[in-house]
Design a protein around this ligand. Structure first.
Ligand SMILES: CC(C)(COP(=O)(O)OP(=O)(O)OC[C@H]1O[C@@H](n2cnc3c(N)ncnc32)[C@H](O)[C@@H]1OP(=O)(O)O)[C@@H](O)C(=O)NCCC(=O)NCCSC(=O)C[C@@H](O)CCCCCCCCCCCCC(=O)O
Ligand code: NAD
Length: 729
C-alpha cells in the first residue's frame, strides 16, 4: 500500500515546446504537498533549474487539480522533509520564469506555491483560497506575507481571516491571478512561459514588494481587530491571521515570515486546531455510511430522482421544496386546503425568486414547482417528503394513502423530528422504501440532513436519501431509529437542564450568556424564542406530558419517571410563544420583533413559581451552567453510541456542528468531551446526579464509565472499543 502511494506521489517532470520544463504535482486525490511530494518537488525543481536547455518552468497539478495544500494529516506528527517555505523561496528566487497553471483548485499551501511563482494562469472554473483559518491555522508558507503584498490589504485580510474560496474570475479582478482561460490552462501557461523568456523578473518576486496600505492603516487594522473579535465566537485562528497580516505591513518580509511561523506553531498546538482538523475529516467520514446489515456506501447504489413531491407546506415543507428545486429536481407540492396551498405557494415562489436573484437558480424554476390538493397527482414521482404536523395518526394516514397512490418503487420519506419511522412504515406496503429525512429549519439553508433508517428500511432508500443530501449540498448523516434520533434526543437534555436551572435560580440572560461565551451563536432561550416555544410544546403534548393534571405516579414537577419542568408549557398556555407573539423568555418590541430585552414578567413569574413549589433558590455559576447544559447532552451521546444509533462519535459531532451550531472549534460534543477529559465529565455527572437524584439522565452512561475504566482511549478508537465491548455481551 505504502509502495503504491509512494509510486503515485511525485513531482513528475517533462519537457514541452522544447525549452519549457513542466512539473506536475501528483499526489491523488487532491495533490497535497505531503512529505513525499515535497521531496520529489525539491529534486525536480533543481533539475529544471540546472538544465541549461530549460528556459522557463510551468508548475501544474495532475488530474486537473493544481493542489489542495499541505497534507493536513501531517500536522499531527513531527515535521520532516524539505520545508514548504524553503521550496517556495527556491521557486521565487529562480532565475528562470516560473508560471503556475491552476486548474481545479489552489488552496492553502497550493496557493502559497502559486504565489511563489512569477505568474499565475487559471482555468475559469478553478478556485483559490486560504482555508487554513477553518482548520484553526494560518497560511504558514509565506501566504500571509505574500498575499497582502500582491492585492489590497482589505481583500487579503478578508480572504485570510475568513478562509473564503474565490473563483478564478474573482481572483483575476483582485489581482491574484494574471490570466483566466476557459480553455486548457496548462497549454496557455506553456505558451505564456515561452513568451516571457528573458524578461526581467524582479518586480514579480512578491517578497521584494511592500504591502500597499490604505491611508490610515492603524485605524483600519484596529477596526478589523474589533470586527474579528466580534464575529469569531471565541476562535483564535482569525485573530492570529490578523496579527500575521499586520506583520506584513510593519515588518520586512523575513521578519514577517518569522512572525508567521511563530503564530503557526502557537495555533498548531492549540486544542482548537485539533478540533477543527478533526471536524474536517469527520465531515468527510459521514459520507462513508454503513448499516448494521453490512450495507455500506460502497456496496449500495442510489436511485435516480427525476421528480419529487412534498406534502405539507408549512415552515419545513416550504424550505424543503426550495431545496429540492435548487438541486434541480421538479416538485409537486401538496397541501390539505386551498388557503394553506395558496399561502404556501406565495411564500415558496417568493423564496425561489430570491434564490434566482442571488443567481442560485435559473429562470426555469417557475416550471419546476407545481401545486395541488390532490395526492393522486403523485403517481409518477420517484420520492416524496412528508412534512405535515408532528402527529403519528396523521402521518400514518398520509403514508397509507401514499402507499396506494404512488408507484411501487417510490421512496417515501418523513421529516418527522421525533416519531418512530418503523411505525410510520408499518402502514405501507413498501416499508423497505420508507426512510426518515430530518431537515433542519430553514430547510433550504441549514446544511444538515439526518437520514434515519428503521429496521425494515432498505440500503437503496438510505443511499438515495444520502445522494439527495449531496445533490442539495447538504451534509447527510445516517442514523438509527429512536425517539428524537441523534440530534433531538440529545438536545432534549440540553433544553431540560436549562429549564431546571431557571427553576433553581438562574435567569435566561445568564444561561444564554454562558452558552454564547462558549461559542454558540445564540443561547438556548433566544433560540427557543426564535423558533417558537410551541414547537417543543406540541412534541410534549404528543407525548402526553403536558397539562396541569397530576399524571398517575407523577406530580406537577415529576413526569415520565423523572423531574419535569412545566415552565415552557405554562408560557405557551399563556400565549407567550416567543418572537412571533412579542413575548417568550424575553420581551420584544412587538409581535415579530427581533431584539430580545429583559422580561420583567418572566422574572417575577419565576420568583412566584419557586415560592409556590418550595424551591430553594441557589446561586448558579458559569461552570454549573455550562456543565449542566453540556454534560447530560454528551452523556446521551454515549448512550446513542452504545446503542449503535450513531455509528461513530464523528457522526454525532457533525450533526451538532451542522444542525445545532455547535462551535466548530470545539469539534462537537463528543470531541469536546475527549478534550475536557472523560474522567472529568464522569466525575461531574456523578456529582450532579448525587445532588439531583430525581434527574435520571444525569446518571453516567455505562459506555462512559467503561471508557474511563479503560484509561479513556482516544476518540478515534471508540468505535472499535464499542464493537469489542458489545460483542462481549
Ligand atoms: C481540495 C478539496 C476542495 C477537494 O474536495 P472534494 O469534494 O473533491 O474531495 P474531498 O473533500 O472529499 O477530499 C478527497 C479526499 O482528500 C482528502 N483531503 C483533501 N484535502 C486534504 C488535505 N489538505 N490534506 C489531507 N487530506 C486531504 C479528504 O480528506 C478526502 O479523503 P477522505 O479519505 O477523508 O475521504 C477539499 O478536499 C478541501 O477543501 N480540502 C482542504 C483544503 C485545505 O484546507 N487546504 C489547506 C491545508 S493547510 C495548508 O495548506 C497549510 C499551509 O499554509 C502550509 C503550512 C506549512 C507549514 C510549515 C510550517 C512549519 C512550521 C514548523 C512547526 C514546527 C513544529 C514541529 O517541528 O513539530
Ligand atoms: N419546524 C421545525 O423547526 C422542524 C424542524 C425539523 C422537522 N420538523 C418536522 O417537520 C414536520 C412539519 O413541521 P412544520 O414546522 O413545518 O409544521 P407546520 O405546522 O408549519 O406545517 C405543517 C403543514 O402541514 C399541512 N398539513 C397538515 N395536514 C396535511 C395533509 N393531510 N395534507 C397536506 N398537508 C397537510 C398543514 O396545513 C401545514 O401547512 C413535523 O413533523 C415537524 O416535527 C419541524
Amino acid at each position: 500500500m505504502t509502495q503504491t502511494l509512494a509510486a503515485a506521489t511525485m513531482a513528475a517532470y517533462r519537457r514541452a515546446a522544447g525549452c519549457i520544463a513542466v512539473i506536475t504535482l501528483t499526489n491523488p486525490p487532491v495533490n497535497t504537498l505531503s512529505y513525499l511530494l515535497r521531496e520529489s518537488f525539491y529534486e525536480t525543481f533543481r533539475r529544471a533549474n540546472a538544465d541549461a536547455e530549460v528556459k522557463a518552468i510551468v508548475i501544474c497539478g495532475a488530474d486537473g487539480k493544481f493542489c489542495g495544500g499541505a497534507d493536513i494529516k501531517e500536522f499531527a506528527g513531527k515535521f520532516s522533509g524539505p520545508s514548504l517555505v524553503a521550496l517556495i523561496d527556491d521557486v521565487e528566487q529562480s532565475k528562470k520564469p516560473v508560471v503556475a497553471a491552476i486548474e481545479g483548485m489552489a488552496l492553502g499551501g497550493g496557493l502559497e506555491l502559486a504565489l511563489g511563482c512569477h505568474y499565475r494562469i487559471a482555468h475559469t472554473k478553478a478556485q483559490v483560497g486560504f482555508p487554513e483559518v477553518t482548520l484553526g491555522l494560518l497560511p504558514a508558507a509565506g501566504g500571509s506575507q505574500r498575499l497582502p503584498r500582491l492585492i489590497t490589504l482589505t481583500s487579503a485580510l478578508e480572504l485570510i481571516t475568513t478562509g473564503r474560496r474565490i473563483s478564478a474570475p474573482e481572483a483575476l479582478k483582485l489581482g491574484i491571478v494574471d490570466k483566466v482561460t476557459d480553455k486548457n490552462a496548462l497549454d496557455m501557461a506553456i505558451d505564456f512561459a515561452r513568451d516571457i523568456i528573458g524578461k526581467p523578473l524582479e518586480s514579480r518576486r512578491l517578497s521584494l514588494r511592500t504591502t500597499p496600505c490604505p491611508p490610515d492603516v492603524e485605524s483600519f487594522l484596529d477596526e478589523a481587530l474589533a470586527s474579528i473579535r466580534k464575529h469569531s465566537r471565541g476562535a483564535i485562528a482569525p485573530l492570529a491571521c490578523l496579527q500575521a497580516v499586520r506583520a506584513s505591513v510593519y515588518s520586512t518580509f523575513d521578519e514577517g515570515l518569522k512572525k508567521e511561523q511563530e503564530l503557526f506553531k502557537m495555533l498548531l498546538t492549540s486544542g482548537q486546531a485539533r478540533a477543527l482538523q478533526y471536524s474536517f475529516f469527520a465531515q468527510r467520514a459521514t459520507k462513508k455510511w454503513s448499516m448494521p446489515s453490512g450495507a455500506t456506501w460502497k456496496n449500495t447504489s442510489a436511485r435516480p430522482l427525476r421528480k419529487a413531491a412534498v406534502i405539507g407546506l408549512g415552515t419545513m415543507g416550504r424550505g424543503i421544496t426550495v431545496a429540492l428545486i435548487k438541486a434541480g429536481i421538479p416538485v409537486i407540492a401538496v397541501e390539505m386546503g386551498l388557503k394553506q396551498l395558496e399561502a404556501g405557494k406565495t411564500v415558496i415562489m417568493s423564496m425561489l425568486e430570491k434564490e434566482f436573484k442571488k443567481k442560485q437558480l435559473t429562470k426555469a424554476y417557475r416550471e419546476m414547482a407545481a401545486f395541488t390538493l390532490d395526492l393522486a397527482k403523485l403517481q409518477e414521482v420517484d420520492l416524496v417528503v412528508e412534512a405535515v404536523f408532528e402527529n403519528m395518526s396523521l402521518k400514518k394516514q398520509i403514508f397509507q394513502q401514499l402507499s396506494s397512490l404512488c408507484s411501487a418503487d417510490a421512496i417515501l420519506c418523513t421529516n418527522t423530528s421525533t416519531l418512530d419511522i418503523d411505525e410510520i412504515a408499518s402502514v405501507t406496503t413498501t416499508p423497505h422504501l420508507v426512510v426518515g429525512m430530518h431537515f433542519f429549519a430553514p430547510a433550504h439553508v441549514m446544511k444538515l440532513l439526518e437520514v434515519i433508517y428503521g429496521p425494515r428500511t432498505s440500503p437503496t432508500a438510505v443511499a438515495t436519501a444520502m445522494q439527495l443530501a449531496q445533490q442539495m449540498e447538504k451534509v447527510g448523516v445516517v442514523v438509527g431509529n429512536c425517539n428524537g434520533f441523534v440530534g433531538n434526543r440529545m438536545f432534549k437534555l440540553y433544553a431540560e437542564q436549562a429549564y431546571f436551572l431557571l427553576e433553581e435560580g438562574a435567569i435566561p440572560e445568564q444561561v444564554d450568556q454562558v452558552l454564547e461565551d462558549f461559542g454558540f451563536p445564540m443561547g438556548i432561550f433566544k433560540v427557543s424564542d426564535l423558533s417558537g416555544l410551541d414547537i417543543e410544546w406540541k412534541i410534549r403534548q404528543e407525548q402526553g406530558l403536558t397539562g396541569p393534571k397530576q399524571i398517575p405516579g407523577g406530580s406537577f414537577r415529576h413526569r415520565a419517571g423523572g423531574r419535569y419542568s412545566p415552565l415552557l408549557d405554562i408560557l405557551c398556555e399563556r400565549g407567550y410563544l416567543g418572537q412571533k407573539t412579542g413575548q417568550g423568555w424575553y420581551l420584544y418590541e412587538k409581535p415579530g420583533g427581533r431584539v430580545p430585552t429583559f422580561n420583567l414578567w418572566l422574572h417575577k413569574f419565576l420568583e412566584e413559581y419557586r415560592e409556590l413549589h418550595g424551591i430553594q433558590k441557589h446561586y448558579v455559576g458559569q461552570d454549573e451552567i455550562l456543565e449542566r447544559c453540556l454534560y447530560p447532552l454528551i452523556n446521551m451521546g454515549f448512550h446513542i453510541l452504545e446503542e449503535r444509533i450513531a455509528a461513530s462519535p464523528e457522526d454525532i459531532d457533525i450533526i451538532y456542528v451542522f444542525g445545532y451550531s455547535w462551535p466548530r472549534h470545539w469539534g462537537g460534543p463528543m470531541f469536546y468531551a475527549s478534550m475536557v477529559g472523560l474522567p472529568r465529565v464522569l466525575d461531574k455527572l456523578n456529582y450532579y446526579h448525587e445532588i439531583h437524584p430525581d434527574i435520571p439522565t444525569l446518571e453516567p452512561s455505562s459506555l462512559l464509565k467503561k471508557l474511563v475504566a479503560n484509561g479513556s482511549p482516544p476518540i478515534g478508537t471508540w468505535g472499535a472499543f464499542i464493537k469489542e465491548h458489545n460483542s462481549k455481551l
